[in-house]
Design a protein around this ligand. Structure first.
Ligand code: SF4
Length: 206
């Protein structure tokens, strides 16, 4: 992270690319992904462990990230990680918005949220208790189901998020065959939830 007069002007960038959002409410929509490096949450099943060490990723200016996103033709930018809320994201979202882009965040809520967001996907993780402030701000709650006990755990958050928040249950990818039948039955019995699948993996795109 690099700052100028206390404003974060560059952030560790693991990768950025234009693709299709594969998960949750915006599933199927074109989106430019900015994956920031750095995460201290430590999920055992994490499929982007190479993101954890922020120092392994180059610092890139928020202006450069916004330029690349704009040049791609995207309308939506998804900021993900790693855990993006480890950083002050105000300058990044200001720059993206100045470029006319929609700002979407994917976070475990491990820290208070900074920045201006058009959409916040809150995906809590058992490995680090989320900051309460994310519960009122979340547009979407995405619970990753690794085993059956995650339904009870997910309900705990569903009862605490704001009443406009969309609720999704998504199988952890390596357990999909095992847990998907349980998710289907759970959603049929508890229709406030919806099923989310990682459809980008079926399309063989990032
Ligand atoms: S919060 Fe995300 S990036 Fe961090 S360990 Fe968990 S799954 Fe991996």
């Amino acid at each position: 992270m690099e700052t100028k007069e206390n404003v974060v002007v560059s952030l560790p960038l693991m990768e950025d690319f234009y693709t299709i959002q594969g998960e949750g409410f915006y599933q199927g929509s074109a989106a430019y992904f900015i994956r920031l490096g750095g995460c201290d949450v430590g999920c055992v099943w994490c499929d982007v462990k190479e993101s954890w060490d922020a120092s392994a990723h180059p610092l890139v200016s928020v202006g450069e990230m916004a330029r690349r996103a704009k040049d791609s033709g995207a309308q939506i930018v998804v900021v993900t990680g790693g855990e993006p809320v480890m950083y002050d994201l105000a300058a990044l979202t200001d720059t993206l918005k100045a470029a006319g882009l929609r700002t979407h965040l994917e976070t475990s809520g491990a820290y208070p949220i900074t920045g201006t967001w058009d959409w916040i996907c809150f995906s809590p993780k058992k490995f680090k208790v989320p900051d309460d402030s994310v519960l009122t701000k979340a547009d979407e709650l995405k619970v990753i189901v690794y085993n059956k006990s995650d339904f009870v755990w997910g309900e705990e958050f569903a009862s605490r998020v704001n009443n406009k928040c969309h609720l999704f249950l998504q199988p952890e990818w390596s357990k999909e065959k095992e847990v998907l039948p349980f998710i289907i039955e759970y959603v049929k019995s508890n229709p406030k939830w919806q099923v989310s699948l990682q459809v980008h993996k079926y399309m063989n795109i990032p």
